[in-house]
Ligand binder design. Structure first.
Ligand code: ACM
Length: 274
């Protein structure tokens, strides 16, 4: 068995305090030895933007200081680092995450496909689609999705079909329904799933969002390998064997990939309106 270690960092970003947030993340992983480190959604800036102008002020290109910070972290820890950030690309603004592989010259950038609540006012819908980063050195294929993407089973499905062993999900989850659903995403796709949620709350313009914590890492059978408390900062770590995610059979006759009947799934592409 060739295992790798995955770490999930739950913490409490402060809105608009980028320097502080980066320093806190650095501190939290100081003693972490892992192959993959996952941080929450928008972990550099905080979450609850109210306007596009606010995002424009805080956003950075994928070659900016935040990317440099996570690249240095990836090199220092010799780990794949996954972290949410507000991205500016020309006139576009994305709720994005970096996937930094230490040996790669450039980070991958996933731009959140399904925007939640006021994100619809502040960000552009992601245009990258779903993709998987294949790291032969560590022997793991990593598929990113961000937070509210969880509510669309197609997201995890597409990542699995592209070869993900581990779905990584930087998140700022404000409901609790995901706790029922994430294990299902792991089971139906026979993948590991790591949710890096944030804790704490943010009050902007008299509206408060409370983030639900309970970050977790699920195995291919949807079992919780490790989970955080509902509040507070915490680093979860556990070992996983990516090869277990590659054998999609769960008994002698059933296999969650080859048993699919896509000829009956045409509505997934065709039917947009109800
Ligand atoms: C969310 O997508 N941040 C709930």
């Amino acid at each position: 068995m060739k295992t790798i270690t995955i770490a999930v960092v739950q913490f409490t970003p402060q809105f608009g305090k980028k320097k502080k947030n980066l320093a806190r993340m650095q501190q939290l992983v100081a003693n972490v030895t892992a192959d993959i480190i996952v941080f929450p959604e928008l972990c550099t800036t905080g979450y609850f933007f109210q306007t596009r102008d606010e995002v424009a002020m805080a956003a950075e290109p994928a070659t900016g200081p935040a990317a440099e910070f996570f690249r240095n972290m990836a090199l220092e820890h010799q780990a794949i680092v996954v972290a949410g950030f507000a991205e500016r690309a020309g006139d576009s603004l994305y709720n994005a995450c970096l996937v930094v592989v230490p040996e790669a010259a450039q980070p991958w950038v996933y731009r959140k496909t399904h925007l939640f609540y006021k994100e619809k006012i502040c960000f552009d819908p992601g245009d990258t689609g779903f993709f998987v980063v294949k790291d032969a050195r560590r022997g793991v294929n990593v598929g990113p999705m961000i937070c509210y993407d969880w509510r669309f089973p197609e997201a995890a499905r597409v990542l699995m079909l592209q070869g993900a062993d581990v779905i990584v999900c930087p998140a700022n989850l404000v409901t609790t329904a995901w706790r029922k659903v994430m294990p299902a995403r792991a089971i139906e796709n026979n993948v590991y799933l790591a949710v890096a949620n944030r804790a704490g709350s943010e009050k902007r313009q008299n509206e408060q969002l409370t983030f639900q914590g309970e970050s977790a890492i699920y195995d291919i059978n949807g079992r919780v390998l490790t989970a955080a408390a509902a509040s507070g900062d915490e680093v979860l770590q556990c070992k996983i064997d990516p090869r277990r995610a590659r054998d999609k059979a769960f008994n002698a006759l059933n296999n969650v990939v080859s048993d699919r009947q896509p000829q009956h799934y045409k509505e997934l592409v065709m039917r947009q309106n109800f």
